[in-house]
Design a binder for this molecule. Structure first.
Ligand SMILES: *[C@@H]1O[C@H](CO)[C@@H](O)[C@H](O)[C@H]1NC(C)=O
Ligand SMILES: *[C@@H]1O[C@H](CO)[C@@H](O)[C@H](O)[C@H]1NC(C)=O
Length: 289
């Protein structure tokens, strides 16, 4: 059924796509959406996120931090206490990143070494102690310094790149991801499979004998040779927000090549994985592979 829906959507997309110029098909960063789903028209999938504080406030997001100090940069907002998708804005109120929080109480180190994986930081938000994954869409050094105004946002789009915070210090430890797929080969990111409406998945340091305890909790998405999004993926099925996805093992084995041997067993023991796709392009239906 899901496959049928994808085929149907792709057919609609191809028809729409033909009406657009090649330029429109390039991955413009004209939006920010989270959560993949089989049906692009379902309001719970590809959920558009506010790219300015003004828009966030209009949509009832609440501010949870406003200082540029400590473990994270920027001003952070979330909607209805949903720490599954925390938005980060710079000092001018323009989108600068995103976080996912997972309640520490749901996690057991039996299935994954959360404590030693540098990507996970910790924070207490709305009284809940969380593991936090953080991505920035601009050079982290600019977030509390220059920031961006609305005309920058219009011109550059949602971001100028992707930086993953791989440690407790957001300036020192954030790593810039390759913006174009022709520079990926100089890195440890390995190409996986492409799915329409998702893009080409890239996995960090992927190999058959990869240790499950070192599995990197993020993947990159490319479309038309350019970074078009990214995702979080953690071992364990954590149900605390509507924004996460719980892919079946068959989806994982088809997207990751080679598929690390240990993961199948770990998937069963931990009850699955929790993932979340993020997209920078409005027209996700144009991601055709
Ligand atoms: C994150 O940091 C760890 C430990 O310093 C390092 O081994 C790993 O390669 C880094 N990840 C990326 C994506 O660079
Ligand atoms: C995003 O797509 C929707 C639906 O096609 C459209 O109404 C909207 O104007 C688009 N926004 C941008 C920024 O292109």
């Amino acid at each position: 059924m899901k496959y049928f829906i994808i085929v149907l959507i792709v057919s609609i997309n191809v028809t729409c796509g033909l009406l657009l110029s090649a330029d429109d098909l390039e991955s413009k960063w004209d939006s920010f959406k989270v959560t993949w789903g089989p049906n692009s028209f379902d309001p719970e999938y590809f959920v558009k996120q506010p790219r300015t504080i003004a828009e966030a406030k209009q949509n009832n997001y609440q501010q949870i931090s406003d200082q540029c100090e400590g473990n994270f940069l920027g001003q952070r907002f979330m909607k209805l206490n949903d720490y599954g998708a925390i938005l980060i804005y710079d000092n001018q109120g323009t989108i600068a990143g995103v976080q996912m929080g997972i309640p520490v109480s749901m996690i057991t180190d039996k299935f994954y070494q959360y404590f030693t994986q540098k990507m996970f930081n910790r924070d207490t938000i709305a009284g809940v102690y969380l593991y936090i994954l953080t991505a920035y869409f601009v050079d982290p050094r600019t977030i509390c310094q220059s920031g961006r105004n609305p005309s920058h946002l219009n011109h550059d789009g949602t971001g100028t790149g992707l930086w993953l915070q791989n440690g407790s210090n957001p300036i020192r430890d954030s790593i810039e991801m390759p913006l174009y797929d022709n520079t990926v080969s100089n890195t440890k990111w390995a190409k996986g499979a492409c799915l329409p409406t998702m893009g080409y998945h890239y996995w960090y340091d992927n190999r058959l004998d990869k240790s499950c305890d070192e599995f990197f909790p993020a993947f990159l998405l490319y479309n038309k040779n350019k970074l078009a999004g990214f995702g979080w993926i953690v071992i364990g099925k954590f149900e605390f927000t509507k924004r996460t996805e719980f892919p079946p093992i068959t989806a994982l084995t088809s997207l990751q090549e080679p598929f690390p041997i240990c993961i199948k067993k770990r998937f069963e023991e931990a009850g699955g994985v929790t993932a979340m796709h993020h997209f920078f392009n409005n027209q996700t239906w144009n991601i055709l592979c």
